[in-house]
Design a binder for this molecule. Structure first.
Ligand SMILES: O=C(O)c1cc(=O)[nH]c(=O)n1[C@@H]1O[C@H](COP(=O)(O)O)[C@@H](O)[C@H]1O
Length: 236
């Protein structure tokens, strides 16, 4: 039995049956499944146990909390009992907000989103983030880790710079991952799975390239096999 690949499959599904079917197909090949806003807002907290199922796969709860510290602390406390491995917040909420989430959920790794991978350089300028995205990603990373975040979400194009900023102990999670030749859809700052790992990502978030495939299990297995052939930067 090979070690599950460091992939979190995004279960962005319209219903629980589809999400559970996808989870069953991909679980032998990947370490994690991710529950996002669509499933959580439709089904609520019970969806976590449904997708965790018998496999015991790690569950990543992606709610991207972004509010005043008091509200985010209370929200993180509300979901702490579900024991997700990861819970996302937006680094842009500031250090006090990130710290409120960290303190409210000691058993969960708070993953701070630096800059959404769907934002192009032009989009970032339009919303007031001047300069190269990598500089803003590094700033967001430093703020979030300074406030206690144990993980960061960033583009695979910025992951090496973020690693240089925060060091080896922080889990770096990269969505915006597309196998060579795959459609980018609404993603903007993307890279291949191999590049993301070679650049130092610890966990790849992949949704439609796997869940949109005719056979999601085979798609997950193929990417997992490709990753076993990659050496991250700096490894002998
Ligand atoms: O926090 C996330 O997981 C996230 C952050 C980010 O910057 N970009 C991003 O795409 N995501 C999530 O990663 C997944 C990407 O899905 P695909 O584009 O289908 O691979 C979605 O569930 C997004 O919500």
């Amino acid at each position: 039995m090979t070690t599950p690949a460091p992939i979190a499959v995004a279960l962005d599904a319209p219903d629980l049956e589809t999400a559970a079917r996808w989870a069953g197909l991909v679980t032998p090949h990947v370490s994690t499944v991710k529950v996002g806003l669509e499933l959580y807002l439709r089904y609520g907290p019970d969806v976590i146990a449904s997708v965790r199922g018998a496999s015991g796969v790690q569950v990543f709860l992606d709610l991207k909390l972004h509010d005043i510290p008091n509200t985010v602390g209370a929200a993180a406390r509300a979901v702490a009992r579900l024991k997700p491995t990861y819970l996302t917040v937006h680094a842009a909420g500031g250090p006090a907000m990130v710290r409120a989430a960290v303190e409210a959920s000691p058993g969960t790794r708070i993953a701070a989103v630096t800059l959404l991978t769907s934002l192009s350089e032009a989009d970032l300028r339009e919303v007031g983030i001047q300069g190269p995205p990598v500089d803003a990603a590094r700033r967001m990373a430093a703020v979030a880790v300074g406030a206690g975040a144990q993980a960061l979400v960033c583009s695979p194009r910025e992951v090496a710079a973020v690693r240089a900023e925060v060091g080896p102990e922080i889990t770096l999670i990269t969505p915006g991952v597309r196998p060579a030749g795959a459609e980018t859809q609404d993603q903007a700052r993307v890279a291949t799975p191999e590049h993301a790992v070679a650049q130092g990502a610890d966990l790849l978030v992949i949704g439609r390239p796997i869940t949109g495939a005719p056979d999601p299990g085979a798609a997950a297995a193929a990417i997992a096999a490709a990753l076993r052939r990659v050496r991250p930067v700096g490894t002998p």
